[in-house]
Write a protein that binds this ligand. Sequence first.
Ligand SMILES: [Zn+2]
Length: 223
Amino acid sequence: MRSCKQVCYRVIALLLCLCINSHPCICTVMIRKNLINCNLIREKRSSKSIFDSFIKSFRPEEEACPVCRRKGDCRIHAYYSRYIIDFIGGKPVAVLIRIPRVICSCGHTHAILPDPIIPYDCYSLFFILRVITEYCLKLRTVSALCERFSITPSMLYRWLKLYRNHRSQWQGVLKAASQPLLDSLKDLIRINPFRDHAYSFFQLTGRSFLQSHKNPALSLRSG
Ligand SMILES: [Zn+2]
């Protein structure tokens, strides 16, 4: 039986996701920024912290337009706010971030999304990987795990299915079939730097790692 806290949090998360998916800016062509220059074991910062440090050094004029490919013709067009959910201090925490949107001289606009943010998802990459890892460690029942992360069992199983699917594309079907899930997670968090994995996966599949929704148009990695 779900607790009141869990139900309330799920309602909030659902509203945040609806807000993200209904925002008109999400339809723009995105530019992914692969920023994690170490492995995920060493990356101790929150998604918000990584995002904030990225914003401080962000130079729109250095971006290449994913549509016309010109570099140096982008400038800030607008910002849009969205929530991202991390797991901090033993509980889910939703924080508001302002995503920059640049416009190129060709007229196209592009949302800039750093690594910890999964397109079309309010849960961060770190959050989902932590849920899957704790599931594999089997320290709690599924019910207790969902209570801890304020998620539903269907979300947990959807993420597991997504991880298995993306893992097969990343590792190859044969290795994925023979290696326990937890061992693949250990491999994943040791990839150094993680940005290379993020970049390679995007080049291979056209999606970000653990992104469930298809991109509406061409995206570009840089950074
Ligand atoms: Zn352009």
